[in-house]
Design a binder for this molecule. Structure first.
Ligand code: PLP
Length: 379
């Protein structure tokens, strides 16, 4: 068996090579590397993909989050509620703007923001009276949308804005509504390993609000107004490169089929894992983008070692929650304060997941998992 990759970008590239080459050649021919026609074309294609709204292409998923907060006017003295079990970008952007991240625990099954803990954290901030609660960032971890219906009820009741961190979840949906249309603003990432990845950094922001979209277009271009040198607000250089938009235009038509292949692989893993580890949650009415397939087991170290010995790569997303990171400790309650996330950081393990995994590789991994499950059952 050849070396098994955790994510096989080369296989996808080989599959879509003619479309990608043709799109890239078009950009080289017209030479509009900054804000060329492909950026607008991609934005329209993404809005069509998620079923409506406006899309603003930007420079990365992190910048998408930063610009979403900037567009909402979030800054010094504001509190933004974020799950502690996430990638660092979700918390980092809040602090970059001088606001304070309030870390919230996650649900054990879905690994996404826990609405009950969110309620508690909002009440605590309101009681302390030192910060102004402004927004919640829900993270669709591993590609599974957060519990948007319950989160929306809470944000509406408290007058907060709801931002989706959909960096891992483009192509997922919740009760028939696509990621991109579940929050006031949704940020996504086109980092190469994401469900829709480009050949470098890229991202997008989705919204239904035309005025917010206009503000975001201004922010991504240094805060420009009607003219290029008419600066009406503080902005950033947050544009999506034309070449990256071209790559994404070539890849987007394959995304639905790729999601269904990921879904099929996830079901095979579920079956193979029975009795060995806890499979990922499949909440009723939700479709995951399956950016990652992440199991839970208290025997993670042993399982990971056995898989490594069999040549099966694994990853841990994430080994330490944000409230225990040295850079953010000052904003959290320390060890034991958000126990579910702390436990998950010790028990989660992600298996190889990509849409072009050859059958024989999937068979090999699943056979190994089944054998390990049988061995465990026999004691
Ligand atoms: C949950 C989450 N948020 C934000 C980001 C940031 O995206 P990017 O790497 O495009 O800046 C990532 C990417 O790794 C992510 O997984």
């Amino acid at each position: 068996m050849k070396k098994i990759p955790f994510i096989d970008l080369a296989a996808q590239q080989a599959h879509l090579q003619p479309e990608i080459d043709a799109r890239m050649q078009q950009v080289l021919a017209h030479g509009q590397y900054i804000m060329g026609p492909e950026v607008g074309e991609l934005e329209q294609a993404l809005s069509d993909f998620v079923g409506g709204g406006v899309t603003v292409g930007v420079s990365s998923g992190t910048d998408a989050l930063l610009m979403a907060l900037l567009a909402l006017g979030i800054g010094r003295g504001d509190a933004v509620f974020v799950p502690t079990f996430t990638f660092t970008a979700t918390a980092e952007v809040v602090l970059l703007l001088g606001a304070v991240p309030v870390f919230v625990d996650v649900c054990e099954d879905s690994c996404t923001l826990d609405p009950e803990d969110l309620r508690r954290q909002i009440a605590q901030v309101a009681q302390s009276g030192t910060l102004c609660p402004k927004a919640v960032i829900a993270v669709d971890l591993y590609g599974l949308p957060a519990d948007y219906p319950r989160l929306r009820a809470i944000t509406d009741a408290h007058g907060l804005r709801l931002i989706g961190d959909g960096a891992q979840s483009l192509s997922a949906s919740c009760h028939g509504r696509q990621v991109g249309r579940l929050a006031d603003l949704t940020a996504t990432s086109f980092f190469p390993a994401k469900p829709l990845g480009c050949f470098g950094d890229g991202g997008a922001i989705f919204t239904e609000d035309q005025a917010l979209a206009e503000t975001l277009r201004s922010i991504r271009a240094h805060g420009k107004g009607a003219g290029k040198y008419d600066i009406v607000r503080v902005g950033v250089n947050g544009r999506l490169d034309t070449l990256q938009a071209a790559v994404l235009l070539a890849k987007l038509p394959a995304l639905r089929v790729e999601q269904s292949r990921r879904e099929a692989l996830s079901r095979r893993y579920d079956a193979a894992l029975a009795g060995l580890a806890r499979p990922p949650a499949r909440p009723e009415g939700y479709i995951s983008a399956w950016a990652q397939y992440t199991l839970q087991t208290p025997a993670r170290e042993r399982l990971q070692r056995q898989l490594t010995d069999a040549g099966i790569p694994t990853q841990i997303y994430y080994p330490r929650p944000m409230h225990l990171q040295p850079a953010y400790r000052a904003y959290g309650g320390g060890e034991g304060s958000l126990p579910i996330a702390e436990r998950l950081s010790q028990t989660v393990l992600s298996l190889p997941m990509h849409p072009y995994m050859p059958e024989d590789v999937a068979d090999y991994i699943c056979d190994h998992l089944s054998q390990m499950a049988s061995a465990l059952a026999e004691g």
